[in-house]
Design a protein around this ligand. Structure first.
Ligand code: 3PG
Ligand code: MN
Ligand code: MN
Length: 563
């Protein structure tokens, strides 16, 4: 993997591009969860019909191509790892490929360095008299967490002195198949039984479905985190069970239940007392490596002053994240593995070069085009040049109920920003392919994809009016394949003959298209970069703003042919 060192000490000034003019308005549209796959009834993008996007491909084949959005191309451990929003937007914005959280945690666990770091030493202080609590997503999706990393951490923590361990499990069904929670809980129970054989008092203490309990993001709905707090910290939940396997199986009996939305539960002993409330003197580790869905819980666990919900009790704990989730906020202040230091992102370069930037999405993706885009940094590089606007997402309903989401509102905001001529770059994320795709509802995903295509049209029409340029791409696949498949590509069926729904992202490449009246004649995609990926987009966008990209960036996708 071409992990490049940060270009410390390099100037911020970008050289002028020899052939491309400055001052064109560049619209950057990221379609979230929008990969390329053959036509098929489970390809919701194809089924939706996307006239705007289809026209781009047809009209200018030299300005349309596919790029990689998964695996080592975006800094993940292997090419079997599907892409995700964090690594995708990091690569799009940074123009460089960094070893990402998943990989850094693998390395720290394999070398044992994780146990020598400040974060582990800090929590270890509690092991003699307190309990070690591990909270996170029970999954091998590799997006937020990985089960094998949890297994290694359990083993390592017990070898390094943890005598009492409680695991608080969030069931997935979003990055992995729905229903797999049962198997993950079974496997975890086997591991915990092995630890008990070795004299460690280790148990699952609480849990719930990730989308309903604990793992909200971008402050969309604090009630989600509150449910988690009540279950994990206070030991309070509407459902109480003697063990987690029973909990997950029973809660899934409701015909409407799924792993993503399981209600919160608490494990209790014979006398009905919770087995693992978080108490003064305990240690807590949130074992997700990915930031967005852990930041809110981290705030609740760490901040003395906190007014998002009534915590009832704020135990004095030693808390560490698997990673530091927000480098600007230094949150959490203790962590087991240092996060990738994503430096010299395109947003920072462009801000130094006077480019005025507008970024917008709805809440559930707002941090993607701001925080992730800017290398996991909150806030502006230069507030006088940048404006970030968030459109509140619908809360409390699954996105298959409102599959159009805020696509049109985002597009209208982008249109207004473009027509205002106050910005040189207008950047948006349109969420439907991904957020509706994760529900596994094919009909709704088709509606969502149609809405995304309509939103793109609004943005392109505005770009047309101001003589601008567009760059349209995606961060990873999702909606283009909603079926779990065998190696030959045939959909897999369950025991009742029903095709197994794929709610997760995919390994597929994503399209990128450029165009618009401001694009100089002769600009086309190079043909010498067949393996290009998302990290090549930043240099491309810089060129379209009239600048050469820095040397340490992945190469631009475009060239200017003499015509
Ligand atoms: O957090 C999520 O919603 C999923 O695990 C991954 O989706 P995203 O990477 O598109 O956010
Ligand atoms: Mn995404
Ligand atoms: Mn997603």
């Amino acid at each position: 993997m071409a992990t490049r060192p940060p270009a410390e000490g390099k100037p911020w000034e970008l050289a002028a591009h020899p052939r491309l003019a400055k001052g064109k308005m560049v619209g950057v549209v990221v379609l979230d969860g929008w990969g390329e796959a053959p036509p098929d009834p489970f390809n919701c993008i194809h089924a939706a019909g996307t006239p705007t996007l289809d026209a781009l491909k047809k009209a200018a084949p030299e300005r349309w191509r596919l790029i990689k959005a998964h695996g080592t191309a975006v800094g993940l451990p292997t090419d079997d790892d599907m892409g995700n929003s964090e690594v995708g937007h990091n690569a799009l914005g940074a123009g460089q490929i960094y070893a990402q959280g998943a990989k850094l945690v693998d390395l720290a666990l394999a070398s044992g360095k994780i146990y020598e770091g400040e974060g582990f030493k800090y929590i270890r202080e509690s092991f003699d008299s307190g309990t070690l609590h591990l909270i996170g997503l029970l999954s091998d999706g590799g997006v937020h967490s990985r089960f094998d990393q949890l297994q290694l951490l359990l083993e390592g923590a017990s070898e390094h002195g943890a005598r009492r361990i409680r695991v608080h499990v969030l069931t997935d069904g979003r990055d992995v198949l729905d229903g797999s929670s049962v198997r993950f809980v079974e496997m975890l129970e086997e591991d915990l039984a092995r630890l008990r054989d070795k004299g460690v008092d280790a148990r699952i203490a609480s849990g719930g479905g990730r989308m309903y309990v604990t793992m909200d993001r971008y402050e969309n709905d604090w009630q989600v985190v509150k449910r988690g707090w009540d279950a994990h910290v206070l030991g309070e939940a509407p459902h109480k069970y003697k063990n987690a396997l029973e909990a997950v199986k029973k809660l899934r009996e409701d015909p409407k239940a799924n792993d993503q939305y399981l209600p919160p539960f608490v494990i209790v002993d014979e006398s009905g007392k919770p087995v693992g409330q978080i108490q003064d003197g305990d240690a807590v580790v949130t074992f997700n490596f990915r930031a967005d869905r852990m930041v809110m819980l981290a705030k609740a666990l760490e901040y003395e002053n906190f007014d998002k919900f009534d915590r009832v009790r704020f135990p004095k704990i030693r808390y560490a994240g698997m990673l530091q989730y927000d480098g600007e906020l230094k949150l959490p202040s203790h962590y087991l593995v240092a996060p990738p230091e994503i430096e010299r992102t395109s947003g920072e370069y462009l801000a130094h070069n006077g480019v005025r930037i507008y970024a917008c999405s709805e809440t559930v993706k707002f941090g993607h085009v701001t925080f992730f885009w800017n290398g996991n940094r909150s806030g502006y590089f230069n507030p006088s040049l940048e404006k970030y606007e968030e459109i509140p997402s619908d809360i409390g309903i699954p996105f298959n109920v409102q599959p159009k989401m805020k696509a049109l509102e985002i597009a209208q905001k982008a249109r207004d920003a473009i027509l205002s001529r106050k910005f040189d770059q207008v950047r948006v994320n349109i969420a439907n392919g991904d957020m509706v795709g994760h529900t596994g509802d094919i009909e709704a995903t088709i509606v969502g994809c149609k809405a995304a295509d309509e939103a793109v049209k609004i943005v392109l029409d505005a770009i047309e009016q101001v003589g601008g340029i567009f760059v349209l791409t995606a961060d990873h696949g999702n909606a283009e394949d909603m079926a779990k498949r065998d190696k030959s590509g045939k959909p897999l069926r369950d025991k009742d003959g029903k095709v197994q729904t794929l709610t997760s992202h995919t390994l597929n490449p994503v399209p990128i298209a450029i165009g618009g009246p401001g694009l100089a004649p002769g600009v086309r995609f190079r043909t010498d970069l067949p393996n290009a990926g998302l990290a090549n987009v930043a240099a491309t966008v810089m060129n379209l703003h009239g600048f050469e990209a820095p040397d340490h960036y992945e190469p631009t996708l475009i060239e200017v042919a003499d015509k």
